[in-house]
Design a protein around this ligand. Structure first.
Ligand code: PHE
Length: 418
């Protein structure tokens, strides 16, 4: 049976058996945090834009896109796990919430853009903790050069970038290990595309690394002069070679960006056969959490002025550190159940909790797992940490929520509560 629903003013979408989008997600579609003046994501977006002054900026594309744009156009294989209903939000078989801002690349190249930035909200079904939220924001960047004289175009652009960034004495020149080395190029797992002349790719890679390293150094200039950056080989269907960029933060490497040399197929489809170029996608919350010391990703969604007002007087020369208002006490509840089949997926479980508890759920952790020696049935125990960011929750209200969670879990997942 087909039903219809209006998700966006004036537009109706058919629902089908692929539909898995929930009211709590839909209610966030109009928030546009990256466009809200003084919001930390707005501040970060405009700082990144300042680093790429000759680019075109696209900040208002709708997050509702076709599966074609989000996956097919970018060369995602049919069996790519990102396409699964457990990982992405579908309105129906053809229409989904974008999982990344790369969904708009082909369109912009087709319209003959040569350098652009796109910012926007992206949606992924995920686990629940202080750094995961089903919506986050990305900033996509891309630049293409004429394949024949990439070298010249790039060295002119690089001179420009240097003059832009090295005026602040605090920014140290890039260390050698940030430059492309031969290992990167010949790595069999991360090959350059056979259609690309080696010299021209090499310049393009250097330009990508230079652009991103100088951006990150500039963003963090007041924060940590000796910020450690590393690039590791990665895989994306729409770039080759591909990397992830990581920064060293609180004793750990933190991934903040995926990037690479654009698959020529995509540029060819866009009618840009004579170009070569790079693209990146930065995770804005990750960077903002480090820069501004924001401890919980839910705070970005807060309407609380004790959060928002702290960013009102931001200027480039002053570091803003978020002053946490006192943490309200948590309310912790455990839930255990037997799995009746192999289909259990943690993202589905987390989605049920989120739909009921919304932003009152802070963290969901698997704390115990057990296989019955005779029946071989698996039992899981999860600890749900409920907490509000602006008030003390009562045990009574959380009990009600927990009761609904238990009911919904029984109804929607094939499990038996213990
Ligand atoms: N879209 C990728 C992601 O969301 C990041 C990326 C963008 C990688 C552009 C390469 C080029 O993970």
């Amino acid at each position: 049976a087909k039903s219809s629903n209006s998700f966006q003013e004036g537009t109706h979408y058919e629902l089908d058996d692929q539909t898995n989008i929930s009211p709590s997600i839909l209610s966030k579609l109009s928030r546009n945090l990256h466009l809200q003046p003084h919001h930390p994501l707005f501040i970060l977006r405009t700082q990144i834009e300042q680093h790429f002054p000759h680019f075109s900026y696209f900040n208002t594309f709708s997050p509702i896109v076709t599966v074609q744009k989000n996956f097919d156009d970018l060369g995602f294989p049919k069996e790519h796990p990102g396409r699964n209903k457990t990982d992405s939000y579908y309105i129906n078989k053809q229409i989904m919430l974008r999982t990344h801002t790369s969904a708009h690349q082909l369109e912009l190249f087709s319209k003959r853009n040569k350098k652009f930035l796109i910012s926007g909200d992206v949606y992924r079904r995920d686990e629940i903790d202080s750094s995961h939220y089903p919506i986050f924001h990305q900033m996509e960047g891309a630049q293409i050069f004429n394949i024949q004289n990439a070298e010249q175009e790039i060295s002119e652009d690089k001179k420009y970038l240097i003059s832009l960034n090295l005026t602040t004495s605090k920014i140290t020149p890039l260390r050698d290990n940030n430059e492309v080395n031969d290992d990167t190029i010949i790595s069999a797992n991360n090959p350059i595309q056979s259609c690309h002349p080696i010299e021209q790719v090499n310049f393009t890679i250097q330009h990508l690394k230079f652009s991103l390293n100088s951006l990150i150094k500039k963003l963090f200039v007041n924060y940590d002069e000796n910020l450690k950056i590393r690039w590791i080989d990665a895989y994306f269907p729409f770039t080759s070679p591909s990397w992830e960029m990581e920064i060293f933060f609180k004793g750990k490497w933190l991934e903040i960006c995926g990037c690479g040399i654009i698959e020529q197929e995509i540029l060819n489809k866009a009618g840009q056969n004579d170009k070569i170029g790079w693209a990146f996608g930065l995770g804005l919350e990750r960077i903002a959490m480090v820069l501004f010391d924001i401890p919980d990703i839910r705070l970005f969604w807060s309407h609380d002025n004790r959060f928002l007002n702290q960013f009102n007087n931001f200027n480039d020369n002053k570091i803003i550190k978020f002053q946490p208002f006192s943490k309200f006490p948590p309310c912790i509840k455990d839930i255990s159940f037997w799995l009746n089949d192999q289909d259990f997926h943690e993202n589905n479980f987390c989605e049920i909790i989120r739909n009921i508890a919304e932003d009152l759920v802070e963290d969901v952790k698997l704390i115990d797992e057990f296989v019955h020696p005779k029946t071989k049935k698996r039992s899981l125990c999860y600890r749900i940490n409920y907490r509000s960011m602006d008030r003390t929750v009562t045990n009574e209200e959380i009990n009600k929520i927990q009761k609904r969670v238990r009911e919904d879990v029984t109804e929607k997942l094939n499990v038996t509560l213990r």
